[in-house]
Design a binder for this molecule. Structure first.
Ligand code: PMP
Length: 340
């Protein structure tokens, strides 16, 4: 962790100490009369989100003290840079093609990004990663299942990095609910340098609420809690996420449908003449290599269908990334592609 973070006194409130012990709260300059909405939104939310974490802990099997909640997992990514990387001095390793925010957050925080491309079959290049690490390498970001390629990364390879790298190994499991690959949550007790990111934005269908999770050792979680903005998860998000957690059957049902649709869409796409390759996916999207990808992207836009043009991304020549939609949406996409 950064030297200034070691010595940091985090923002504190009078309520940290005495919450629940008083009946009159005149400490935080809130509106004591109430809120125009039918909820206690006039009061600041619980900064540590203990009720919500308790409910998440029951589902994930991770103790509260090993759980951090962020304003999306994007906030956790940013906080990892702010807490553990010295600007202008340290570096992190990312593994393109991969999720874009690692590099954006690094740039915002003036932290050097070292890129080690995945192998042509989208797996970890262990040899190159080992050669790229130096004394100032603080974090390696591993996205599995990987965005935009969709595949899970070899578990043994990830374990090799966990066992040999001294810095933090962040495994971004945003798409884990759609994967055959198992989560690394069970490995948390084994590796003190492991940070797992998950999110409510994908399988849980709550992208608009902005709620992400980081699971790690108490050492790392304590530091993230120290540097986070005091009220980073608003009360509406805490209330609504807590309600959503009661609805896990619905979420599991959608996961099943998404995985079935993924296989159906992959098969249908691979039968199209202009489709050169449909990459295997463990996520809720598929990477497809197609003739004239960039042109196809715009043709689809003209028909009111937006996919992601990844044709200029390294190792993804002529590729589109297609999110699995409803059955009807997927059929619309197929019809549109057939017509081109
Ligand atoms: N990680 C990956 C791999 C993602 O694809 C995304 C969203 N596109 C995120 C993290 C960010 O998720 P959140 O909505 O929780 O910030």
């Amino acid at each position: 962790q950064r030297e200034n973070i070691k010595n940091l006194s985090p923002y504190s409130t009078a309520r940290d100490e005495f919450k629940g012990q008083a009946s009159v709260y005149l400490d935080a300059n809130e509106n004591s009369f109430g809120s125009p909405l039918p909820a206690d939104y006039n009061r600041y939310p619980d900064p540590l989100q203990l009720d919500l974490k308790d409910a998440i802990s029951k589902i994930k099997g991770v103790p509260i003290e090993n759980t951090f909640l962020g304003n999306g997992s994007d906030e956790a990514i940013d906080l990892l840079f702010r807490a553990f990387c010295n600007p202008g001095k340290d570096n992190v390793i990312i593994l393109p093609p991969t999720y874009g925010m690692y590099e954006v957050s690094a740039n915002i925080n003036d932290v050097e990004v070292r890129k080690v491309n995945l192998t042509p079959d989208f797996q970890l290049d262990l040899e190159n990663i080992a050669e790229t690490i130096d004394a100032n390498t603080k974090i390696i970001f591993i996205c599995s299942p990987n965005n935009p390629t969709g595949n899970s990364l070899n578990r043994g390879d990830i374990e090799t990095i966990l066992a040999n790298f001294k810095g933090l190994v962040v495994i971004d499991e945003a798409y884990i609910n759609f994967a055959k690959q198992k989560t690394f949550i069970q490995e948390l007790t084994e590796y003190a340098n492991l940070v797992i990111l998950q999110t409510f934005s994908k399988a849980w269908g709550l992208a608009a609420l902005r709620l992400g999770m980081a699971f790690s050792s108490t050492h790392v979680i304590d530091i993230l809690n120290k540097v986070k903005p005091p009220y980073n998860i608003n009360q509406a998000t805490q209330d609504l996420a807590l309600a959503a957690l009661q609805n896990i059957q619905q979420v599991n049902e959608w996961i099943k449908i998404t995985v079935n649709e993924r296989e159906r869409l992959a098969n249908a796409l691979s039968r199209l003449e202009k489709v050169r390759k449909v990459y295997p996916s463990d996520a809720n999207f598929i990477l497809v290599q197609i003739d004239h990808a960039h042109w196809t992207y715009h043709q689809l836009v003209d028909q009111g269908i937006i996919v992601r043009d990844r044709s200029k991304v390294v190792l993804c020549d002529d590729c589109l990334r297609i999110t699995i939609g409803t059955t009807e949406e997927n059929n619309q996409l197929l019809t549109a592609l057939e017509k081109l």
